[in-house]
Design a protein around this ligand. Structure first.
Ligand code: ZN
Length: 120
C-alpha cells in the first residue's frame, strides 16, 4: 500500500457522526447535525475510512455540551423517532445534568415517557 492509498479517517468533529463525501468534494455536510467538515485536499477523491459511529448518548452529550441544540433535537428525532417537543425536553434534561450520565438520562426519560403514555 502506498502512502496515497492509505485510508484516512473522516467523522464529524461536532457529533462524531459518519460522513459520506462524494469523490472530489471539498467539504461535506454532516447529515446528523448539519456541521460542515472540510476534507483534506490529499484525501479528495479517495474513499474515506469511516470509523464506527459513537453511541447515541456520546453524540448527544457532545452536541448538547457544544450548544448545538438544534442538531441534538434532530439527532433524537432521527434516532429515537421523538416528536420535536419531546426531543427538546430530553435535550434540556441532558443540559440540566451537565451532559453527565447521558445514557442513564435517556433510558430513564424514555421509561417515564412510556409510563405517561400508558396513563393517558
Ligand atoms: Zn455532525
Amino acid at each position: 500500500m502506498t502512502k496515497d492509498q492509505k485510508p484516512y479517517t473522516l467523522s464529524c468533529q461536532a457529533c462524531g457522526g459518519k460522513l459520506n463525501p462524494k469523490p472530489g468534494q471539498a467539504t461535506v455536510r454532516c447529515a446528523h447535525c448539519g456541521n460542515t467538515v472540510a476534507i483534506p485536499a490529499e484525501a479528495r477523491g479517495r474513499k474515506p475510512f469511516t470509523p464506527p459511529e459513537e453511541p447515541l448518548e456520546v453524540r448527544l452529550g457532545k452536541l448538547v455540551g457544544g450548544r448545538h441544540d438544534g442538531a441534538a433535537v434532530q439527532l433524537l428525532r432521527d434516532e429515537l423517532s421523538l416528536p420535536p417537543a419531546a426531543a427538546g425536553e430530553l435535550v434540556e434534561l441532558v443540559r440540566l445534568n451537565e451532559c453527565k450520565d447521558v445514557a442513564r438520562i435517556i433510558k430513564g426519560w424514555m421509561e417515564g415517557r412510556a409510563q405517561r403514555k400508558a396513563i393517558l
